[in-house]
Design a protein around this ligand. Sequence first.
Ligand SMILES: Cc1cc2nc3c(=O)[nH]c(=O)nc-3n(C[C@H](O)[C@H](O)[C@H](O)COP(=O)(O)O)c2cc1C
Length: 196
Amino acid sequence: MARLLYIKANPKPCDQSLTYRLSDVFIQAYQQAHPTDEVEVLDLYQTIMPIMDYERLSRYNQGIETEIKQIAEQFKSYDKCVIAAPVWNHSFPAMLKVYLDNIIYRHVTFTYQDGKMLGLCSEMKVLYITSSGQVYDGERKFLDHHQSQIKAIFDLIGLTQVEVVGLLGRNRLSNEQLLQEVGKLQGELQQKAQIF
Ligand SMILES: Cc1cc2nc3c(=O)[nH]c(=O)nc-3n(C[C@H](O)[C@H](O)[C@H](O)COP(=O)(O)O)c2cc1C
């Protein structure tokens, strides 16, 4: 039996979120395909995550910050992780960054070897599901701080199996095209859920 963490990083209700229209389909298909697996939901807009303020940072530097350490330990205990987050201001919503700052914890999710960071979560699989208004290609590629940041942060903790599925550039689509694109991606996600 595997354990999957479903991280939701959008304040919108499910029925109003394009990102959740994709990620919820994936999770439903996953549960059907893996009925004995455990799926836990972490809604970052319904959960108060600790902020790395000065006091916590001091404790963190001394290796005695227990609250954040527990969050990192809990994250590490999952086999798989699905993140649903829209693109906001070329990146992802701040709640997700707060969470990511919590799970990068020394000697829990990474350690040091020969003076370099060594990730300790290499066994975990991650699927990042997103959607955006615009497309980040050509001259605008350098503005893509959502996919690149997610991959770079997870790389710190050894997570190299990060797959991204997104409906990118919804603003260029008519309503009809958007529906078609959503249907196509939902189908792809249902397929992916069988083997994730
Ligand atoms: C606060 C905010 C900031 C956004 N910033 C960007 C952006 O920088 N780039 C972009 O392509 N789309 C941006 N968008 C558009 C969303 O990424 C897009 O509408 C997405 O599909 C929303 O997903 P949702 O329906 O799941 O919330 C922004 C939307 C909001 C609400």
